[in-house]
Design a protein. Structure first.
Length: 367
């Protein structure tokens, strides 16, 4: 209210009144050609011009008052502020000298230093990268219910970078003589996950559009569920006991789960994934897609594309070629996607640095 009436409060100022009268007079002179006798009297027209002029002055005064308020709220720099600025300037000068000194180091020493400082590896991991082993292998499946089957074993690895994924899965692992079983959900972002040293894993990634009857996929997004009573030979799921699979008989387990009705799917999602156009509205397609997968179609496309980009970059394909092949807008667009979904830069993927990652980067580099 106060700012809206800034002009009205100052009408007692004779200079202000004179300025407003002058502004109205000029507005009348400039707009005289717009007067139409058939639309009203001259007096009414003059009042309209004056009202518009006064409204414009009020808006100008309000903007001026708001600007004054913003400026007045800014606290002037005190001695502590100045000291902090000087510290930042000194730190930047030191950083420039440090980078110059790094550039003069022998190549091997510089590489170790970059791995420790930039990629956050321990000194042991950086100096002896062969000691850090996460053997991660994946294979495609002929089953329409399965996307991939993967295995993993770890040595001297405390944690790994998890990567965004569009599939839910079953994970079976053993550590220090104890067996475990988990349901993993789709992941919408990158993160870190603990990896017990000496653990072995077998995982089944189910095809997009399938889900567990007992647990909807939407409830598994960015989380997982530990299955109870797992042993080396069996695990419990959907109220029944099932034989724990190895990497070569994963599809046999899936077939049994499908026949028992424990794993189901929406055929419309599979149809859309094959590029077909179902005879239902786009809204219905999106609703059913999200109900089956927990994700939107757009999210699935983004995650699948960036995972493919990671494989290409790890295979040495130039960044510009990856941008062109996978139709990214530009290199910064690809860099943002890698940071969000993979947790690696293009350089780290190309050089194999950054620590253990839950992604098979030795796949054939095809687009």
């Amino acid at each position: 209210m106060g700012n809206d009436h800034g002009v009205a409060r100052r009408v007692d100022d004779p200079h202000m009144v004179a300025d407003l009268v002058a502004d109205v007079f000029l507005a009348v002179m400039e707009s005289a050609h717009t007067y139409r006798p058939g639309r009203g009297s001259e007096v009414a027209w003059l009042y309209g011009v004056a009202r518009n002029t006064l409204s414009a002055e009020r808006r100008r005064s309000l903007r001026e008052s708001q600007l004054t308020d913003r400026v007045s709220r800014r606290r002037p720099l005190d001695s502590d502020d100045i000291a902090r600025l000087e510290e930042r300037i000194d730190a930047e000068q030191l950083a420039r000298r440090a980078f110059k000194a790094m550039a003069e180091l022998p190549e091997g020493e510089r590489a170790v230093l970059e791995l420790v400082v930039l990629d956050q590896l321990t000194v042991t991991e950086a100096a002896y990268p062969s000691l850090v082993v996460l053997r991660f292998e994946t294979r495609a499946s002929d089953s329409p219910w399965v996307d991939t089957v993967w295995t993993c074993s770890s040595e001297r690895v405390a944690e790994m970078t998890s990567v965004a994924a569009v599939c839910w899965g079953l994970v079976f692992w053993e550590f220090e003589g104890t067996a475990y079983a988990n349901i993993s959900g789709p992941e919408t972002r990158t993160g870190t996950a603990p990896v017990p040293e000496g653990a072995t894993f077998v995982g089944i990634e189910f095809a997009v559009g399938t889900w567990l009857r007992a647990v909807p996929t939407s409830a598994l997004v960015d989380r997982g569920v530990e299955l109870p009573d797992a042993t080396h030979r069996t695990f419990r799921l959907d109220g029944l006991r099932w034989e724990t699979p190895g990497p070569d008989d994963a599809e046999a387990l899936v077939d049994r789960l499908v026949r028992a009705g424990a794993v189901v799917r929406d055929p419309l999602v599979a149809e859309v994934r094959r590029g077909h156009r179902p005879v239902v509205s786009e809204r219905t397609v999106e609703r059913r897609f999200r109900a089956a997968t927990g994700l939107t179609q757009g999210a699935v496309r983004q995650i699948e594309r960036v995972r493919k980009a990671s494989v290409l970059l790890a295979a040495g394909i130039p960044v510009a070629d990856v941008v062109s092949r996978l139709e990214y807008f530009d290199e910064p667009h690809l860099a943002r996607a890698l940071r969000r979904y993979v947790g690696r830069t293009a350089r780290q993927l190309r050089e194999g640095t950054g620590g253990a990652i839950a992604l098979a980067l030795d796949q054939p580099a095809t687009s």
